[in-house]
Ligand binder design. Sequence first.
Ligand SMILES: Cc1cc2nc3c(=O)[nH]c(=O)nc-3n(C[C@H](O)[C@H](O)[C@H](O)COP(=O)(O)OP(=O)(O)OC[C@H]3O[C@@H](n4cnc5c(N)ncnc54)[C@H](O)[C@@H]3O)c2cc1C
Length: 304
Amino acid sequence: MGAQVIDVVIIGAGPAGLQAAVHAVRKKASVLVLGKAKRSAIYRAHVENYLCVDGVTEGSEMLKVGREQVVRFGAEIAEEDALEIQKKADFFLVRTETGKDVTARTLILATGTTRSKLNVKGEKKLLGLGVSYCVDCDANFFRNVPVAVVGNESSAVDGALTLLGYASEVFLIAKKISVSEELGRKLADSKIKLMEGTWVKEIIGDSELKGLLLEDDSTLIVEGVFIELGAKNAIELATTIDVQLDTETFSYIATDKKQKTNIPGIYAAGDVAGPPHQMAKAVGEGCVAGWKAANFARIMKKKM
Ligand SMILES: Cc1cc2nc3c(=O)[nH]c(=O)nc-3n(C[C@H](O)[C@H](O)[C@H](O)COP(=O)(O)OP(=O)(O)OC[C@H]3O[C@@H](n4cnc5c(N)ncnc54)[C@H](O)[C@@H]3O)c2cc1C
């Protein structure tokens, strides 16, 4: 990952992202894939409905072969999360969890489906009444009040750091923090109140959030809780640059048949672009997105 401009940066290293990388790199684009194999939905699957693959194949094995193929063709893969996307003139800037800024001509969002839930009492009832899944969308509603973030990984730590600029106190509830050294350092140097080794048992409140019941049966008084499990999903990443969602469920990135979003130069593929959530669809859309993004990057280069 150098300081140069990369033609196609793919956020997501599942079937959609890897297939996009294959097609973009074969079109001679420079390609960087960001994402973790173990975080792909297919990693733990036993797959037997994928065409031309006989019997049952482990998803983890398919990803391993896919990654080797992508690297052999000349793309780079970085096992790290994207934390932020910005638009800068004709380029996109992607900030990663190790603090790197990657400059891209085009972006492919292939981050899989939306964020996991905590699945605890009160979570559903208090959604929008103190429970949020998106710091970048909702931080402003929690000015000068105490809030908690729940999660172990990059989105939780980055979210908690963002909330320091809004909330009066920020608690980070984690079983075990697992982030890059860079993000770990930022956490240690910050005013975030880390509560490691515990978890949320219940979200308390009727018409508004009153607090959290923790595993040790203690109560933490907060007015908001941000559930930030795993990496930032595409919808969170996309909020800062106004990528449109589908108008029916507002749960997926809206694309056309060329996998184009409403922002020129940004494509989306796979589960993040809607159902059916199947590898065959992810791979098909990845192919189109990789192809189109490489073409777009080439046109942009010629213009300069
Ligand atoms: C238990 C289970 C069994 C399944 N079985 C089958 C099956 O038999 N057949 C079938 O066709 N499908 C199956 N599926 C569905 C299939 O796994 C998905 O449709 C497919 O993995 C979607 O691919 P994707 O690339 O869109 O997303 P994913 O495979 O989920 O990959 C998402 C990628 O995005 C990365 N990412 C997310 N956020 C960020 C970020 N902020 N920065 C960087 N990277 C990020 C993740 O690390 C991951 O690498 C199964 C799913 C599950 C959960």
